[in-house]
Design a protein around this ligand. Sequence first.
Ligand code: S3P
Length: 176
Amino acid sequence: MKKSNNLVLIGFMGVGKGTVGRELAKALNKFAIDGDDMIESFANKKIKAIFQEDGEEVFREIEKNLAKFLSSSVSNAIISTGGGFYKVKGLEKIGTIIYLKSSFEAILTRINASPNASKKLTKRPLLQDLEKAKTLHKEREKGYESKADITVNVEGKTPKQIVKEIKKQLKIAKFK
Ligand code: S3P
């Protein structure tokens, strides 16, 4: 476990980082923090609006500032991050990195099974073109893997099962 004691969830859009983060926080009796929610309150607008009005570059700059804030000022929390956050400098300083891994097809199945599927799709600027999103998923897979302290395959698993797997892997990782 890193000094800051945070657990940081990374992985592709729609994989369930927010849901698993809240479930994990409950299981470990810690606070759950959502990085994208923090960006929205910082910018005082939705992520979709940041992309549309200011551009992706501005969004990525805010992500970098968020990373600095989290590593200097947050400890003992479960932090869910946006799908591109894994690229920020100093990610490893924020905490122990947990990669939630899934195929692109299983992510789409998960989103489509949700009661608010269309909201989940429309709020994500980089999920508007599914062919492009599939390519992005392929491009990022190795990157996620290389940043991860532990990797959990989440396909077909419930949030509770995923939390169980994370706890098991964290115990193993401690003795490595
Ligand atoms: C992004 C993922 C989104 C959000 C933004 C960019 C990405 O978060 O941060 O739209 O680059 O993958 P989710 O992973 O929660 O969808």
